[in-house]
Ligand binder design. Structure first.
Ligand code: HAM
Length: 403
């Protein structure tokens, strides 16, 4: 039997109902914050992700679904959404227009990772990207929006935040970090030893315990920020405090993508297992320019849909719609016409087979319909339908035309 590929999942009822509810809720909240919906292609030039996410990142180095298409182009399935949105932003010359542009999107992302609970090879993100706003208040507003989304879905979280500095302060920090890493090089795992040359900042979030033990004395980025980065980071922390958001400073939070400057954050949950990051994001002031656009500050985030799907709390759905059935086959045409008319205002279930009244009532109850309408011999002759309100238990016969 052919099965879905490893790390790829069908989303079927009732989970698919929570999936739709999540996207609808998050989308409505994003719109209230001024974000407009966009779609970008699933397939992009590989070079886009190499340049933005970074060649030395695990995502680009190890996890891309990359191939040469029939036209000889090096393409890949998007491993994340930001790079494609930035490409779209530049391609549509929005960088030349000035002003602030805010977009939200959702859809599948692909990473060839080792599958485990909460870690898939095809997964869905809901994300937002804001362009043209330099102020750290925009970073905070995005964090508030994520809070609103998780609150609306009934999901608890803690926020980890860090600042990754800017081209003013990051190189100096990187130098002091590399010097420290060289001192402890022999004790580090093989991956980290390699990263000292390729991407030393990533050593900070190595998951190997012995590496973490050695990193206790490592210099901390937030001690080395330049004046502006430091001012913004303090403002952000002050705002998180003022709004009583549950946060933790995490100077080792470096994120798995290379495009961040200043604010970096992750929302984590202790209810989802080892893969605890349920959303991640931050500021990426250099990326638009790096991909060939006019320098434009930007900040954004994405949340992992599958990671939170089990936890999404939906409002209790009461009885809904109308169930229609017949006790005499000749009444079926009337039921079909009636169903078509009623579908303009509500959900309608139709049963084509002739059944007893008891059987129809049972079926309507199982479908959680609000009303059960049945046409028997007498009703047919009178041009009527027998209707029971399954909530109030009220029963009556009414003219088909008036129902
Ligand atoms: P990311 O942290 O790589 O950031 O992914 C965002 C979220 O997607 C994660 O917090 C996690 O919930 C979910 N996720 C990531 N990988 C997997 C996986 N293999 N299986 C299931 N869920 C996963 C980004 O992708 C950035 N583009 C976010 C961003 C937008 N930064 C700025 N703007």
């Amino acid at each position: 039997m052919i099965q879905a590929l490893r790390g790829m999942k069908d989303i079927i009822p009732p989970e698919s109902e929570r999936f739709l509810y999540l996207l609808k809720t998050a989308g409505e909240i994003a719109r209230r914050y001024g974000y407009d919906y966009i779609e970008t292609p699933l397939l992009e030039e590989t070079a886009l992700f190499k340049r933005s996410v970074g060649e030395s990142s695990d995502i680009v180095g190890k996890e891309m679904y990359q191939f040469i298409d029939k036209g000889g182009h090096d393409v890949c399935l998007r491993p994340e959404g930001t790079a494609g949105v930035v490409r779209m932003f530049i391609q549509n010359k929005l960088d030349r227009k000035g002003g602030v542009h805010r977009f939200y999107y959702h859809g599948p992302m692909f990473r060839y990772e080792r599958p485990q609970k909460g870690r898939l090879r095809e997964f869905h993100q809901f994300g937002c990207e804001s362009f043209g706003e330099e102020s750290v208040y925009e970073d905070f507003t995005i964090i508030l929006m994520i809070k609103d989304i998780f609150d609306a879905l009934g999901i608890g979280y803690t926020i980890k935040i860090n600042s990754l500095g800017c081209p003013e302060c990051m190189p100096g920090y990187r130098e002091s970090l590399v010097s420290h890493l060289n001192d402890i090089r022999d004790g580090l795992c093989e991956d980290c030893q390699r990263r000292i040359e390729t991407n030393p900042i990533r050593v900070l979030d190595c998951k190997v315990e012995s590496c973490q033990a050695l990193l206790k004395e490592a210099p901390v980025i937030t001690d080395k920020l330049c004046e502006i980065c430091d001012r913004d980071f303090r403002t952000l922390v002050r705002l998180l405090e003022a709004h009583a958001l549950p946060y933790e400073l995490d100077p080792k939070l470096v994120r798995g993508l290379d495009y961040y400057t200043r604010t970096a954050f992750e929302f984590v949950s202790d209810e989802v297992g080892a893969q605890s990051a349920i959303a991640g994001g931050g500021r990426y002031n250099r990326l638009v320019e790096f991909l060939g656009g006019k320098p434009t500050p930007a900040v954004g985030f994405a949340l992992g849909v599958e990671r939170i799907l089990d936890l999404v709390k939906m409002p209790e759905a009461g009885r809904q719609g109308i169930y229609l059935g017949v006790m005499v086959p000749e009444a079926l045409d009337t039921v079909i016409d009636l169903a078509h008319r009623k579908r303009k205002e509500t959900k309608v279930f139709t049963e084509y087979a002739k059944r007893s009244l008891k059987a129809h009532l049972k079926a309507a109850d199982r479908l959680r319909a609000r009303y059960c309408g049945v046409i028997g011999e007498d009703e047919m002759k009178a041009g009527e339908i027998w209707v029971k309100d399954l909530e109030t238990k009220e029963e009556k016969r009414i003219a088909v035309d008036l129902f």
